[in-house]
Design a protein around this ligand. Sequence first.
Ligand code: ATP
Length: 408
Amino acid sequence: MKAYRVGGAVRDRLLGLPGGDRDWVVVGSTPEEMVRAGFLPVGKDFPVFLHPATKEEHALARTERKTAPGYRGFTFHADASVTLEDDLARRDFTINAIAEDDEGVLTDPFGGRADIEARVLRHVSPAFAEDPVRILRAARFLARFAPLGFTVAPETLALMRGMVAAGEVDHLVPERVWQELKKALEMPRPSAAIALLRECGALAKLLPEVDALYGVPQRPEYHPEVDTGVHVQMVLDMAARLAPGDALLGFCALTHDLGKALTPKAELPKHIGHEHSGVRPLRAVCARYKVPAEFAAMAEIVCREHLNVHRLAELRPETVHDLIARCDGFRKPERIPLLALACEADKRGRLGREEEPYPPGALLLRLHVAAQAISAGHAVANGLQGPAVGEWLRKARIAAIESEKHRD
Ligand SMILES: Nc1ncnc2c1ncn2[C@@H]1O[C@H](COP(=O)(O)OP(=O)(O)OP(=O)(O)O)[C@@H](O)[C@H]1O
């Protein structure tokens, strides 16, 4: 038996990025032999084992055969006769289909190294079209590597378009879409993922609410980029810049303006009430992909409140209090910094406004901290009970917001 490093670890090293030896492929072995050698079996669908000492994943070299539509319709074949090249041939992108042995010798039958140098994401073989998840993986890898100059090979984009046209993405299960989308939102340039999904037609199928934002104009004095889809892409990248790797913020950025696609044509380029009309499509997205509850709740807060936060300095203290209360920001204080960041990303995700400061963000944090410092314990200490506690608390918090607002 012989083990080779494969996949992301080899790719990242060739790109000069840090990363460990995570994944291995084992050639010329059988499951029984792996177990005899002390490896721990972990794979449900195909033979994957953990190294007894390093706990790194070792998969038996395998081939795969498509048996049904969708990403689940595969049968795998793994025995001692499967070669390294066979295994690399079933992988998604050439840059992920390079193996390295213990002496550092590379096996690269599909030109992965050349594509790393040329910064190209290219599919390994036409079998790419058999698994629609790969469309989402392409989007995720582009969101990750676009800052390094990567683009998608034209023939890969054409293949992806063909897959979408053939209805392949209709077979994707929601969990898998969400998992990949969430990962894309953790990457440094999530806009590249959304743009690629749009280019191949997958966005219209998977997230029609987002796709519908392209071509919707906004007032140029507020939005020099004009197009709402372009704005959302800019907000996504600004969010990734403000809080790298934060998918929750990324999801808020992606969905904050969904209401703008619903503005009646006669009202354009104004979008009066979009913060309310956006809630319905947002809920539809969350239901479709079983988005985690806190993602759904936070995205709804950002959708509803972003205009209020932008004009926070003009709001009366009781209005600020009620805004924080609507976010449940006294019981879940971590929501308020996130709201502030999302609103900052919205304001700075505009053409030519990227480096502008965002004073409402810091103000919201200050007012929240001041109000949060007053607790029910203070009311009880003052001898209050029952509903009087809540009333006292609201008044005391409003007063705290007022005095904090006038502090400087
Ligand atoms: N759906 C798929 N189709 C084809 N090959 C795949 C697929 N999923 C994973 N692979 C292969 O398995 C390897 C490991 O997959 P994984 O999802 O861990 O990504 P990775 O390339 O290691 O990147 P990361 O650094 O994000 O882990 C990939 O590099 C690729 O060769």
